[in-house]
Ligand binder design. Structure first.
Ligand code: S3P
Length: 184
């Protein structure tokens, strides 16, 4: 075992709550989260995937058919369920933490990590897919800048903040492990 894996193993042992990743669309919550879970030898769950599975519909279809308020309510219920039965890594949709009930649940029950990122990188990354309803009408740079300004007061309530850059997911995952180590 090298020094790094001994360090990661020792941090993993001290993590007795789920690790929840929050932050804007495109910050890499899912890809970094998957890597982080692998490094910590924990299970990974994406709350958007769990919502789609529960609803048997895509996020875009749920927004289109029932609207955002309905989606947020389902999101709150799904995240409550995931938090109750999970000590792995949970990536949440970018707006989940803005809902007062969902935010309280996460802050009470998890180790919350805000992944922050420059808007330019988010525009580039989110431009690779057209599955995000909130980015379909308007200029993505403008929308993401507005959402960042609106949501920052909420995201900044997370005890841990990590900056994601244009590098391997493993580097951001490692920053998270080091930040958790300092925080625990
Ligand atoms: C949303 C983010 C999306 C998804 C939905 C709404 C948001 O998740 O939950 O499209 O409000 O920021 P990602 O952050 O995983 O893209």
């Amino acid at each position: 075992m090298d020094d790094n894996s001994a360090f990661i193993g020792s941090v993993a042992q001290r993590i007795v709550r789920p690790v929840v990743l929050i932050g804007l669309m495109g910050t890499g919550k899912s890809s970094v989260g998957r890597k982080l879970a692998f490094m910590l030898d924990r299970e990974f769950i994406d709350s958007d995937d769990a919502i789609e599975e529960a609803a048997q519909q895509s996020i875009a279809e749920i927004f289109e058919t029932y609207g955002e308020a309905y989606f947020r309510d389902g999101e709150r219920r799904v995240i409550a369920r995931l938090l109750a039965g999970h000590t792995g890594v949970i990536a949440t949709g970018g707006g989940a933490f803005i809902n007062d009930d969902t935010r309280s649940l996460i802050l009470d029950q998890a180790i919350t990590v805000w992944i922050d990122c420059e808007i330019g990188i988010l525009v580039e990354r989110t431009g690779r897919k057209n599955t995000r309803p909130l980015l379909q009408n308007g200029d993505p740079h403008e929308i993401l800048s507005r959402l960042h300004a609106e949501r920052e007061p909420f995201y900044s309530q997370a005890p841990i903040r990590v900056e994601s850059r244009d590098g391997p997911h493993q580097d951001t995952a490692m920053l998270i492990i080091e930040a958790i180590d300092r925080w625990l």
